[in-house]
Design a protein around this ligand. Structure first.
Ligand SMILES: Cc1cc2nc3c(=O)[nH]c(=O)nc-3n(C[C@H](O)[C@H](O)[C@H](O)COP(=O)(O)OP(=O)(O)OC[C@H]3O[C@@H](n4cnc5c(N)ncnc54)[C@H](O)[C@@H]3O)c2cc1C
Length: 396
């Protein structure tokens, strides 16, 4: 096996994400059911839940130290609207019978204004860079060759053209995720959406006790514009969120990784959720592009006739989903007919994103809509009409 990598292994989102190894899938169970039927939707949910443990087991078996702790996720409901949505989410999950979500009452959580929380057991906290660098080491030990600093320009059945020459291969898998937008062949198949993060100084256990976040736990709240936090192994808050704007032509540039306005907003959001926090020193701040397909539906594809496959479109849920994609591709390429190859994301084809300027207008309108939807809910105390109207664009 040969891996062609433009930078270094782990340079992309896999090396710099929020470390939520979750069972989340970018398309909701209800939308999977609508598109693929109930059995297929439930099979996808079961595969996602078991993948959380699979990532931890695979890392342990390979001797990769990546701080994997399956502490679950706490999603605070910080308004009446979020609380009603939380109750609905738990009821819906119970009706599907796969995800064992719990509804926690207000006395179990310490976030400001929390009416309660949804607790999702199927999520582990981990250190993503340690995982991806460890995986790179393991695949090399098993005989794979990783060509770093090698840029893929295009591919066709049997060969891949790079800036350093042509590589011949019987099976080819593109796994570029957000960076697919920088390659002509996949340019409109994915939209690079930036997510930015900060990491604080290590905090005393007493502070974490006051926040009510246990070791290995991840946390968020019920707002539309996604935020995500984890308690790191060394007691820092690693906290991120979306909200950085989309750049014309799906451009990806190093300077887009750092936006002071977004970093400041993340710190203010932490203080808003946890007023008990002391002054925070931001010791690390970074960001990167994740990949959004037009219908927010991740997919794995493989065509035995051409030997060409792909995996991606995970939005912000790629940490575990990449593992499931890898195992599924192994079965597809070897021609095995398994539970994995029958999952509904196999062979799914998302529509392409619009040409510019529509793509620019739509993506940034979607980001603004999510912010406005959160403000709207605070004022009206009802589920946002804007979020509903924009659901085709923002993936709800
Ligand atoms: C800040 C942030 C936080 C996130 N938090 C979470 C989270 O907590 N949980 C979660 O599940 N998901 C999260 N995600 C999403 C998750 O990280 C991604 O979905 C996942 O890592 C995608 O993995 P990948 O291997 O498909 O793509 P990537 O890890 O992005 O890898 C793509 C690789 O392709 C390389 N490349 C680019 N162009 C070329 C080319 N032309 N030729 C060759 N190589 C090329 C890149 O250098 C890169 O290494 C987050 C993403 C970001 C950015």
């Amino acid at each position: 096996m040969t891996v062609l990598e433009k930078n270094i292994a782990g340079f992309g989102a896999s090396g710099r994400n929020g470390g939520w190894c979750s069972a989340l899938f970018p398309a909701s169970t209800a939308s999977l059911e609508k598109q693929h039927g109930r059995d297929a939707a439930l099979a996808m949910r079961r595969a996602m839940v078991s993948t959380v443990d699979e990532v931890g087991a695979a890392a342990a078996a390979a001797g990769i130290e990546c701080d994997f702790v399956r502490g679950g996720t706490v999603i605070f409901a910080r308004s009446d609207t979020q609380w009603r949505a939380a109750q609905h989410e738990v009821d819906e999950a119970r009706s599907y019978g796969v995800d064992a979500l719990e509804l926690w009452s207000a006395d179990r959580v310490s976030a400001r204004d929390a009416r309660g929380a949804v607790y999702i057991p199927a999520c582990a906290r981990l250190q993503p860079a340690s995982l991806v660098r460890g995986l790179a080491r393991v695949v090399e030990q098993q005989g794979a060759v990783i060509h770093e600093h090698t840029t893929v320009d295009s591919w066709q059945s049997g060969s891949v053209r790079t800036d350093r020459g042509i590589v011949r291969a019987r099976h080819i898998v593109s796994a570029l995720e957000g960076y697919g937008a920088t390659v002509a062949q996949t340019k409109r198949r994915v939209l690079p959406l930036y997510s930015l993060m900060v990491a604080t100084q290590p905090l005393d256990d007493a502070v974490w006790d006051a926040m009510g976040i246990a070791h290995g736990q991840t946390f968020s709240d019920g707002r539309h514009l996604v935020i995500y936090g984890q308690r790191t192994a060394d007691n820092r808050i690693a906290f991120g969120g979306r909200g950085a704007r989309y750049h014309w032509g799906s451009a990806i540039r190093p300077e887009y990784d750092r936006v002071e306005r977004v970093f400041d907003h993340l710190v203010a959001t932490l203080h808003d959720i946890f007023p008990q926090l002391p002054e925070l020193e931001i010791e690390h701040a970074w960001g990167g592009p994740l990949g959004v397909p037009r219908d927010w539906h991740a997919s794995v594809t493989y065509d035995p006739a051409t030997g060409i496959g792909s995996a991606g479109g995970y939005v912000g849920d790629g940490l575990s989903t990449t593992n499931l994609a890898g195992r599924t591709l192994a079965d597809l390429i070897t021609g095995a007919d398994t539970e994995l190859t029958r999952l509904p994301w196999v062979g799914h084809r998302s529509p392409s994103w619009e040409l510019e300027p529509l793509r620019f207008m739509g993506a940034n309108a979607g980001l603004v809509a999510m912010t406005v939807a959160d403000a709207e809910e605070q004022i009206t105390r009802r589920p946002s009409l804007i979020a509903r109207a924009m659901s085709g664009l923002i993936g709800h």
